[in-house]
Design a protein around this ligand. Structure first.
Ligand code: 5GP
Length: 180
């Protein structure tokens, strides 16, 4: 892993791919235990674009019948949240009466999660569990339970493995952090 430059910013190696895989193994194991023997078909809800890599890895590890649904939420511009969360792509299938596992790349302030939970309640989902690969505990400012957390990280801007800086960097296998 080497330092990389994207536009005006330099990023340094932070979480190697292998460690990400271990985090995903851990949350997948917890979800498999909780959903073992389900009689319904739970939905894994991928929050595009950032969670696309995480969701792909997570789904490969789930051992019960499940359906993939996606939607897109947008709040970040550059390296910080605008505070205003918008659903910028509609759900790819109805979630009425369905049990849903939200698959997020990272939970930061939690504002996206609040908007998602409101939208899912309006959609009529019967149960919502929250799974995130990464969690910025010190930035979290809402009162919503997070059921499955891959790894807690400090409040610093990261990219790679699905996460972008102005749409670049999503293709990196590892996660990098903005240099001080
Ligand atoms: P929240 O609404 O919890 O503040 O932010 C959630 C969304 O903000 C994430 O799904 C992600 O798209 C974006 N985000 C939060 N922190 C970071 C970060 O460190 N790097 C990148 N690239 N995106 C982030």
């Amino acid at each position: 892993m080497e330092r990389i430059k994207i536009y005006d910013k330099t990023f340094v190696p932070y979480i190697p791919h292998d460690e990400l895989m271990d985090c995903i193994d851990k949350v997948a194991g917890q979800i498999n235990r909780d959903f073992a023997g389900s009689e319904d078909i739970p939905v894994v809800l991928c929050i595009l674009n950032g969670a696309i890599m995480f969701t792909g890895e997570l789904m490969q590890r789930l051992n019960f019948p499940c359906q993939l649904v996606s939607t897109k939420m947008t709040s970040y511009v550059g390296t910080s949240t605008t505070g205003e969360v918008k659903q910028t792509l509609p759900l790819t299938a109805s979630l009425k009466g369905r049990r849903v596992i939200i698959a997020e790349d990272i939970i930061d302030t939690g504002l996206t999660l609040v908007a998602l939970k409101k939208m899912l309640a309006e959609e009529g989902a019967s149960e919502v569990k929250v799974c995130t690969m990464l969690f910025k505990k010190d930035a979290y400012r809402v009162d919503e339970k997070i059921d499955y957390i891959g790894k807690e990280i400090p409040n610093r801007f990261i990219l790679g493995f699905g996460l972008d800086y102005n749409e670049l960097g999503r293709n990196l296998k590892d996660i990098y952090v903005l240099e001080d």
